[in-house]
Design a protein around this ligand. Structure first.
Ligand SMILES: O=C/C=C/C(C(=O)O)=C(/O)C(=O)O
Ligand SMILES: [Fe+2]
Length: 302
């Protein structure tokens, strides 16, 4: 079992680096850290050197990063993955420098999502100089896509210390690696991808203040403000350049008593299963090509 200690970063390719960076700073509120690396924008949200790296090139997620305890744990993870038939490659020194980690490995999950495990992620000592007062406190969670959410859960829970906190039918699985309700989520989609990247904010007011700001700026709101029944968080999803979805949320549940928590299965056919406030959404919620149990017609039970 590989122990993930935290989520580390998202690395995403962008065709137009200037536009994506401008959005991440003046709209989302992240700090642009001078990484001194041409073609890469490092964006800071909390004490880590960066949580989002935008890399000039082909548009789309490059990797989702997670931390392990140290370099020994990284070497053990490499062996454990190989024992399971998963080929992991060492991230070269230039890649480690760009990611601001001591060491790292990369591999694909069963659906082709690139996952990186890193040790020694750099922290910055100075307070974050947020570009806008969005109230961001930290990188909250990341969400990847997969065509088979249950299979994805089997992968994450058997390979790593990920435990399911809640299901939304077979459409989504929300998993924790510490007491926070979820640090990783998998949502149903045709193929691999980054569903969204979440930043926690300090207060419910930040959600509503940002909502007005984003609308004023002509940003596409995908969903919210609303409240997720799973984590209890008040949320706002919006779309950045090149289809990158950001989420702010406030008030995510903590599961302190791990042993007694029973994952719930919310019915995706119920409108409130995603937003208890029943707000409109332009986000894909369930995948029509997948027949989930909630889409089967009700028949007389036998
Ligand atoms: O669609 C449901 C989303 C649930 C949550 C939550 O409970 O906080 C998320 O943040 C999410 O995975 O986006
Ligand atoms: Fe989320």
């Amino acid at each position: 079992m590989i122990e993930l200690t935290d989520i580390a970063y998202v690395r995403s390719g962008v065709a137009d680096l200037a536009t994506a960076t401008e959005f991440a700073t003046s709209i989302v509120g992240l700090e642009l850290v001078d990484g001194g690396e041409p073609g890469v924008a490092h964006l800071r949200a909390d004490s880590a050197h960066h949580r989002l790296a935008l890399v000039e090139g082909e548009s789309g997620v490059i990797a989702s990063g997670f931390t392990v305890a140290d370099e020994e744990a990284l070497a053990a993870a490499e062996t454990a993955l190989e024992t399971r038939g998963i080929r992991a490659a060492r991230i070269d020194p230039y890649g480690c420098r760009s990611r601001r980690v001591r060491a790292g490995i990369g591999f694909d999950d069963p659906f082709g999502n690139r996952i990186e495990l890193v040790a020694g992620q750099h922290s910055l000592a100075t307070p974050v100089n947020y570009s806008r007062a969005a109230g961001i406190t930290e990188f909250g969670h990341l969400c990847v896509d997969a065509p088979d959410v249950r299979e994805a859960y089997r992968f994450w829970s058997s390979t790593f210390n990920a435990r399911v906190s809640d299901w939304i039918g077979d459409d989504a699985c929300l998993m924790r690696i510490n007491p926070v309700h979820h640090k990783l989520a998998v949502f149903a989609a045709d193929g691999p991808g980054l569903c969204h990247m979440n930043f926690q904010v300090a207060a419910i007011d930040d959600i509503f203040r940002s909502w007005h700001f984003l609308v004023e700026q002509g940003v596409e709101i995908e969903m919210g403000p609303g409240r997720h029944p799973q984590s209890g968080a008040v949320f706002l999803y919006f779309q950045g350049p090149e289809g990158f979805t950001y989420e702010y949320s406030y008030g995510v549940r903590r599961i302190e008593d791990d042993a007694t928590w029973r994952p719930r299965v919310f019915d995706p056919a119920e409108r409130g299963s995603i937003d208890m406030w029943l707000g409109p959404t332009s986000r894909p919620t369930s995948q029509p090509q997948l027949v989930t149990t909630s889409e089967l017609p009700l028949r007389k039970a036998t």
